[in-house]
Design a protein around this ligand. Structure first.
Ligand code: ADP
Ligand code: MG
Length: 484
């Protein structure tokens, strides 16, 4: 998971950690106990002490998003705990990047019973001066994952192709529009097709243009978790407040909310409140609103009111484009043969594709040898076998036949009635998508048909998917069933 990599490779010891004041050390442990290890690692661990000035304890955080998030969610609690430790602490502030320049030689005095930190004119400009150094960029991208916002997930890094162009342009509109173009924007699609990437990209783009806008991104699970916590601590007012005061709310993977009645209810109210105030809401899920199970009808229908944009499974061209762009971003020359091979072989999802590329690049860098097709094949043996093993043509034929309620034998037969020809075409299409068999090989498995027949089937299915939503959904369903 990207997040743990980031958390590990990220921040490291903060420059000021050696001089961390006792109250912060204690409060941090309290926070860990109160919010649990997961939340601790995602947020509090990355907050480092910066300075104490005129009763304001200043912390540094790696990103703007994190600053905003911590401010709106945890600042009150942090302050309350700190003040309990040391009543001289009257406020806290969060600054993006390093807090310059005092803390190193000025360890903070321990809390004294009388007056503590010498009142000094505060430095109102810290925030402005510190901010530019922390702009997300290629060097410090590893700092971000744990905040829930990955610095690599920008529009710039998103490769657009047929399967994702609607979702991409819709996301861009939301990010760039000064009004609310559609509410909500509902993005859906299978695993690893770029939903989260697009949502983060929206957040980045908005924060870049309007740093003061309050953009909240969180997974549905986190939303649920916080809600349940609020219930437990009888703090639902604050919970409502924090969500309802944002300009843009993005909730990822809402399929996880389904079935959880009280959370759904709260989500629905939050959602309505925001939409009524004309705030932008962006939602993602693995299915369209109408297919999300365990969702209350009114919520389901409300979710479909805005723009529903789906991300289709990747095509070979898109996969190749993504690989090229990733290789280029990493500044590594990978022979096009290798990229083509990968785009061809690893069809499951983009995450796996990226993983494969990272692996061969890492290997080449470590052993200092050029990347070749042979080394790639050797290195990725397990992955390729897993992709291969995933599904056979026979299995595809069986599943497709079942789905369309025809006999498996009809996959091989010469019958040309639409009722059997169409499913057969779907099976050919899926065989092309999900296996590494060549067109002639596929043709042979379908009663010895010619490779041009297979090609035609692939084209036909592709066309139908574009114009017939119901058809597209059956194909997608079959694909997913076969892949897992
Ligand atoms: P999802 O949320 O739909 O499961 P993600 O957004 O997490 O998928 O994407 C999985 C990985 O694939 C991420 O690393 C993302 O950057 C990458 N990815 C997906 N689609 C694209 C694309 N079109 N261009 C570049 N990278 C992509
Ligand atoms: Mg996701």
């Amino acid at each position: 998971m990207v997040q743990s990599v980031g958390a590990k490779a990220g921040q490291g010891a903060s420059p000021a950690s050696g001089h961390e004041p006792r109250e912060w050390t204690k409060v941090r442990e309290r926070l860990r106990a109160e919010y649990g290890e997961g939340t601790f690692r995602s947020w509090f661990k990355l907050i480092s002490f910066g300075d104490l000035r005129s009763g304001t304890m200043i912390f540094s955080v790696p990103t703007r998003f994190m600053r905003d998030w911590v401010k709106s969610n945890y600042a009150d609690r942090i302050l309350a705990l700190l003040a309990a430790e040391n009543p001289e602490i009257k406020a806290i502030d969060l600054v993006v990047g390093k807090v310059t320049p005092v803390p190193m030689q000025a360890p903070v005095p321990p809390p004294a019973p009388g007056r503590a930190a010498m009142p000094r004119p505060s430095a109102p400009a810290i925030r402005e001066t510190a901010e530019p150094t922390a702009e997300p960029g290629p060097q410090n991208d590893r700092l971000d994952p744990a905040t829930g916002l990955d610095a690599r997930f920008t529009f710039q890094n998103f490769v657009v192709g047929k399967p994702n162009e609607l979702a991409f342009h819709a996301a861009r509109r939301v990010a760039e529009s000064t009004t609310v173009p559609f509410n909500p924007l509902f993005l859906y699609g299978g695993v690893g097709l770029g939903k989260t990437h697009l949502m983060h990209a929206i957040a980045w783009a908005i924060l870049e243009r309007h740093p003061s806008r309050r953009v909240l991104y969180l997974s549905a699970e986190k939303f649920m978790y916080q809600f349940i916590r609020a219930l437990r601590y009888k703090d639902t007012m604050a919970f409502k407040e924090q969500f309802r005061s944002v300009d843009v709310l993005m909730i990822d993977d809402v399929q996880f909310i389904s079935g959880k009645d009280s959370t759904q209810e709260e989500f629905f109210h939050t959602f309505n409140a925001l939409v009524d105030q004309n705030r932008q809401v962006v939602i993602s899920a693995d299915k369209s609103p109408s297919d999300l199970e365990g969702l209350e009808e009114r919520l389901r229908s409300r979710l479909g009111w805005g723009l529903v944009a789906d991300l289709h499974p990747t095509t070979y061209e898109l996969r190749l484009g993504i690989l090229q762009s990733k290789a280029e971003n990493q500044g590594v020359r990978v022979p096009s043969k290798v990229l083509e091979f990968l785009a061809h072989k690893i069809t499951s999802n983009v995450r796996e594709l990226e993983g494969a590329l990272t692996r061969i690049i890492a290997h080449a860098t470590l052993v200092g040898r050029e990347i070749s097709l042979e080394s790639t094949q050797e290195l990725l043996q397990d992955l390729l076998r897993a992709n291969d093993r995933r599904v056979t043509i026979e299995e595809i034929q069986k599943r497709v036949a079942e789905h369309f309620n025809i006999r498996v034998a009809d996959m091989h037969s010469a019958r040309r009635a639409r009722a059997v020809a169409r499913p057969r075409q779907v099976a050919m299409y899926l065989a092309k998508q999900l296996t590494q068999r060549s067109l002639p090989e596929i043709g042979r498995k379908f009663g010895g048909r010619d490779h041009t027949t297979v090609m035609h089937a692939v084209k036909k299915v592709e066309e139908l998917r574009q114009i017939d939503r119901g058809f597209a959904e059956s194909v997608e369903l079959l694909r997913r069933m076969l892949e897992t």
